[in-house]
Design a protein around this ligand. Structure first.
Ligand code: ATP
Ligand code: MG
Length: 1149
């Protein structure tokens, strides 16, 4: 009931504030498209549109997240949402990228398997933004404290750094990734980030020198121009953007919503976080500036030979690159060729024509830039490198599929990588899933889909050769920028793949029918871009730089034949990288985000139906839904399943010994899993709905919770016992051989607060807030006529307070009785304490330069121990104790009366209980000795015993399993390593306080009248309902009390302090004089009362169940006791239900 109520209130809270709240709105769309009534592309598009218009950009297809780019900031990515999605099951909360990120993180911790997320979608669909949300979420929830903060900073700061060097404005996206990135965050077993690794894929470096209309070069160029300080500007020769040809050619300098100057600061900051020194940062910017300056070198031509139009333009780039300007100029207009002649090799310096010179300049700058970019990636990697590579979360954010007006080699490579990603998606979500069902013998009706492997093969196959092989072959036969190579390639393609259904030729190019649409590629420069070599001349010039950083970017070994070995082509590189990536991804547990771009205008609330429908089609969402709808959410090999859920039944813990499938069925039955929710295959179990999986997980977690609680309880008990024993020994040391002991005086635990000051605001307010109360007990104070008056004795680190009550005589509160301090003794002024050697309770406090106080203190040994401790802590001195059976003390002088000296004589009597008689100024106390002064408190071999107890309790933790169906409730699924939410009770012994399981570490029975030491003590709590200390302590000792502790019959358990009776009314302030009869013994318990057939227990305090298998009850309720368990959890019947109750809240009747 309580769970259900919690769930309802949780949902109400959710509804109240959540952005996807359906409150008041009609439900017009589905969160998970598996639930769509019609599965058509139109219905999917419509569902996405409805949600988009309501600012709900996320929708599921089972575990796949579909994310529509809203082109505006939405308010649900803050800390509140991060908190909300942590550990929340997918179905509990609205679809969100945080949910996917959380699933990845938790799965990693549960299975110790690496996870990856493949974010796909066309350019501008929101992949990079999604990747950042995931990184942000994971770094926020993965904990780890300050020592891993640095790793987190690097992971997060790598984004602006790599974006400034690798992203650019295109017509499709203002912040388009012009490189692919796979970032892996590496974690410890505990889930803390230890480091990371970035792999980068083929940068579109031609953007350095040529821009399409409406586009910009890489952001860093504009950032430098806008954000450089005057010193940098001067050093780097930086001026306005339109002074540089490379930036000028497209005429686009500004990007909406981008502040380049501000971003420059961010880039610099990121470089600092990566550990780059200021000099290194300057070196980097030097190269960026040099590229811009080189772009301004222009050429003229005479007699087919190029020359530099204005050699003055050479000086600045040469200065920045720290190379000889003459040599730089020479290598721009000439090149050394190796010519082979009659078996001899000869180096010939050939003059270039104007076009070739321009080509050389551009090859130089783009080569320089791509090496700089690789350096930056490497710097990020060095900053977060770690040896430990236990498990990781990989995030793939690659350049999206793109179609421009004119598409070249770069688009060919980019679209090829996207084709590969689509292939992985198909392989893992459509193909292998279906294959697995048939392999495992699961009933299955195959679902048809378009497999784009045919397109991948067209591009990358070796035999028969695909387009990349044909291109490589063509490049291998060309020496330099040879004329006609592209045409040659075009011809070869026609002959080798001309008949392929996904290939089509046109004049000057070819069309590929990609999964995402037909793209026409122009063959110009395909060969040159694929060859991707830097001429040896250029490398030589760069290696002559005076700047060691620049030299380090060109480590190439140059032989007379040029760069050593046959250089691999760009096509080969990207093909290899793509295939390596596929291997990496298939070694992880994959997750998918399918990004959808709703329009080409980049405007919010603009929905282009056709455009979205096209994406829905090519992303294969319809097929995805079909497979998911008919398929299973979860699968596990038998052994893994049995291992994970072994804890759910006694028979499967720690290991199931029988047939694995029988073990699985046993577990499923034990948790009442609906048989239609799972199927057992040949090697794996398949679970249909995520909810069923959560049910398994939640049941498992509850078992862990319970065990953790019991273990903690045992440990607390163990440590408390140790502490109590230490305190008792301390007290015993003070009195040993000096004062007689009463049988039970030290055989009880020291609780400190016997009043419950926490619950007595009037009394608590008398003590300064900062003073922790170390001891609180109601005592008797003897007045000058030896009459006993009640005082609340409070000891703090600073003072002893004796508090009483007084009636207000005047004013509006006249007649009201309030607590007042009657006497305060600063601890520093406590000169000594006198005790007799008899086992009486008399304590005489001697105060420096003041009168003494004679008290009757029930727990004097504990008081002495506390005073001694405090004096040692505060004043580095021991408590001065005097032992005497005949001592004098001064009484307080008040007004005309008072003053004088009194005497106390303690002598042998007939009884153990002290008998007081007074005559004149002498108080005589008679009593017998009980135990000799050399008696130690009952010591026990705690360690071994407790160890036994702990192991006993651990094995006894198996509270009988609840057999009824488990409600999923609102409690969230949390794997064992998940971070605890604040206030979460999971895995903790319940804290002391109202309605919580009490922690009385020693005594098997509660001490009802001992108040809860809460704030000031933090010791063993007593349930709050019992706070009645004041009255109860009073009732212990008043002459009228029949329950004097000293008069109790011997305790059955020596350590136990028998509880005093319930609180009585406060006694009168003034007590009668002492000449009294011996304190009567407490009435004997009614042993002959017939025992009920079923034992019953009475609730001493109210208890609110924290779990569905616990019982709630009110103080005074009577329950039937079924079993007592060593863990302290008793099984009881109450109001027709059976459940667990904390034994310490109950008293057997
Ligand atoms: N969740 C989002 N919230 C707000 N704006 C977004 C969101 N997703 C994307 N955008 C906007 O769309 C732009 C393009 O997104 P992003 O750069 O992530 O696209 P991409 O898929 O990485 O494209 P490319 O393949 O070109 O790199 C972002 O700069 C941002 O303005
Ligand atoms: Mg991007």
């Amino acid at each position: 009931m309580r769970e259900a109520a919690m769930l309802i209130s949780f949902l109400l809270v959710l509804q109240a504030f959540h952005w996807q709240s359906e409150a008041g709105a009609k439900k017009s769309s589905v969160d998970d498209m598996v639930l769509l009534t019609k599965i058509t592309e139109a219905a999917i598009t419509d569902n996405l549109k409805r949600r988009f218009m309501e600012d709900k950009i996320y929708t599921y297809i089972g575990p796949v997240l579909v994310a529509v780019n809203p082109f505006k900031q939405l308010p649900y990515f803050g800390d509140k949402e991060i908190e909300m999605y942590q550990g929340a099951a997918q179905y509990e909360v609205p679809p969100h990228i945080f949910s996917l990120a959380d699933t990845m993180y938790r799965n990693m911790l549960i299975d110790f398997d690496s996870q990856c997320v493949i974010i796909s979608g066309e350019s501008g669909a929101g992949k990079t933004v999604s990747a950042k949300f995931i990184m942000n979420y994971i770094t926020k929830v993965c904990g780890g404290g300050r020592q891993v903060q640095h790793v987190k900073d690097i992971i997060l700061e790598s984004n602006p750094l790599l974006e400034s060097f690798g992203n650019a404005k295109t017509t499709r996206n203002n912040n388009s990734s012009r490189f692919g990135k796979y970032i892996e965050i590496q974690f410890s077993r505990g889930g803390e980030p230890l480091g990371g690794k970035v792999s980068n894929f083929l940068l579109e470096k031609s953007r350095v020198h040529s821009l399409n209309e409406g586009e910009r070069s890489f952001h860093i160029f504009y950032q430098l121009c806008a954000g450089a300080n005057p010193y940098m500007k001067e050093q780097l020769g930086i001026s306005s953007v339109d002074n540089f040809w490379y930036l000028q050619q497209s005429g686009v300098y500004q990007v909406d919503g981008t502040n380049d100057a501000h971003d420059f600061q961010e880039t610099q900051r990121a470089m600092t976080v990566m550990g780059m020194s200021e000099e290194r940062q300057m070196d980097i910017l030097r190269i960026v500036a040099a590229i811009l300056h080189m772009g301004n070198i222009s050429f003229s031509e005479q007699n087919n030979a190029a020359y530099i139009t204005d050699p003055n333009y050479l000086a600045f780039p040469a200065y920045l690159l720290e190379v000889d300007s003459g040599w730089l100029g020479q290598k721009l207009v000439s090149r050394v060729f190796d010519s082979k002649w009659g078996g001899k090799s000869e180096r010939v310096d050939v003059t270039l024509n104007m076009e070739q010179a321009q080509f050389t300049r551009d090859a130089w700058t783009k080569g320089l830039y791509s090496r700089l970019f690789d350096y930056i990636v490497q710097a990020v990697n060095s900053a977060m490198v770690t040896d430990a590579n236990l498990m990781n979360i990989g995030i793939l954010d690659i350049y999206g599929f793109e179609i421009f007006g004119r598409n070249g080699f770069e688009q060919f490579c980019i679209n090829y990588v996207n084709e590969k990603l689509q292939q992985i998606f198909i392989e893992l979500t459509l193909k292998s899933e279906q294959e697995e069902y048939s392999m495992e013998g699961i009933q299955w009706k195959p679902i048809q889909y378009f497999d784009n492997k045919v397109v991948c093969d067209l591009i990358e196959e070796k035999r028969p050769p695909g387009i990349m092989c044909i291109l490589d072959d063509t490049c291998a036969t060309m020496s330099a920028k040879s004329e006609g190579a592209d045409e040659d390639f075009h011809r070869k393609m026609e002959s080798q793949v001309g008949t392929h259904p996904h290939y089509q030729k046109f004049t000057g190019g070819f069309i590929i029918k990609h999964y995402a649409g037909n793209v026409s590629y122009h063959i110009d420069n395909f060969c040159e871009k694929n060859r991707d070599v830097l001429f040896p001349d250029i490398i030589e010039v760069m290696q002559s730089s005076q700047n060691s950083f620049i030299r380090s970017l060109f480590p190439d070994a140059i032989s007379s034949g040029g760069a050593k070995g046959r250089p691999s082509t760009a096509g080969t590189k990207i093909r290899m990288q793509a295939n390596e990536l596929v291997t990496t991804l298939t070694n992880c547990i994959p997750h998918y985000i399918r990004c959808i771009k709703p329009n080409e205008t980049k405007r919010p609330r603009d929905w282009d139906d056709q455009m979205v429908k096209h994406q829905v089609e090519y992303l294969g969402l319809k097929e995805n839904i079909r497979v998911k709808r008919a398929g299973f959410a979860y699968r596990r090999p038998f052994s893994k399943f049995l291992q994970r859920y072994a804890i759910l039944t006694q028979e499967t813990w720690p290991q199931w010994r029988g047939e694995p499938t029988q073990g699985i069925i046993h577990i499923m039955k034990a948790i009442n899993m609906d048989p239609s929710q799972y199927q057992i295959g040949r090697t794996k179990i398949f679970v249909k709905d995520p909810e069923s999986l959560y049910m398994l997980e939640e049941s498992r977690e509850r078992r862990f919770d319970h065990h953790a609680r019991v273990i903690q309880h045992a440990f607390r008990k163990y440590f408390s016992k140790q502490r109590y024993m230490k305190e008792k020994m301390e007290a015993s040391d003070l009195l040993l051989k000096r004062k007689g002991r009463r049988a039970n005086s030290l055989n009880r635990n020291f609780y400190g607060d016997y009043i419950g000051v926490e619950y007595k605001p009037g009394l608590a307010s008398l003590i300064p807030r900062r003073e922790k109360i170390e001891f609180a007990l109601t005592v008797d104070k003897f007045d000058r006529r030896f009459r006993r008056q009640k005082r609340d004795l409070l000891v703090t680190k600073n003072a002893i307070y004796m508090c009483g009550r007084t009636e207000i005589k005047k004013g509006p509160d006249k007649g009201k009785v309030i607590d007042v301090i009657k006497r305060k003794i600063d601890l520093d002024n406590l000169a000594k304490v006198t005790l007799s050697i008899y086992p009486d309770n008399l304590v005489l406090l001697h105060v420096r330069n003041d009168y003494e106080s004679l008290l009757y203190v029930e727990f004097k040994a504990e008081l002495m121990m506390v005073l001694n401790r405090k004096l040692k802590e505060r004043f580095s001195r021991e408590l001065h104790l005097d032992f005497s059976n005949n001592f004098e003390y001064r009484v307080r002088k008040t007004g005309w009366g008072g003053g004088g000296v009194r005497r106390v004589v303690v002598m042998d009597g007939a009884r153990k209980e002290p008998e007081f008689s007074s005559s004149g100024s002498t108080l005589t106390v008679r009593l017998t000795h009980d135990l000799p002064p050399s008696t130690r408190p009952g010591e026990r071999v705690i360690t071994a015993e407790m160890r036994n107890e702990i192991s006993k309790m651990i094995s006894a933790t198996s509270r009988p399993r609840r057999n009824g169906p488990r409600s999923m409730g609102g409690s969230r699924h949390r794997p064992p390593n998940s971070r605890l939410e604040p206030n979460s009770c999971r895995g903790q012994v319940r804290p002391p306080g109202h309605g919580r399981h009490p922690m009385l570490p020693t005594d098997p029975a509660p001490i009802p009248n001992q108040p809860v030491p809460q704030r000031p003590f933090g010791r063993a709590p007593v349930p709050p309902g019992s706070v009645s200390g004041r009255g109860s302590i009073r009732s212990l000792k008043g002459p009228s009390s029949s329950n004097n502790v000293t008069g109790r019959p011997p305790m059955p358990i020596p350590e136990m302090y028998n509880p005093p009776p319930p609180p009585s009314d406060p006694p009168p302030v003034n007590q009668p004089t002492i000449n009294r009869a011996p304190v009567p013994l407490p009435p004997k318990p009614t042993i002959d009362r017939p025992k009920p057939q079923i034992p019953t227990v009475k609730a001493l305090y109210r208890y609110d169940a924290l779990d569905t298998d616990e019982l709630s009850f009110e103080e005074g309720d009577v329950l039937q006791l079924v079993t007592e368990d060593a863990s302290g959890w008793w099984t009881c019947n109450f109001r027709g239900r059976q459940g667990f109750c904390p034994g310490t809240y109950l008293q057997k009747l």
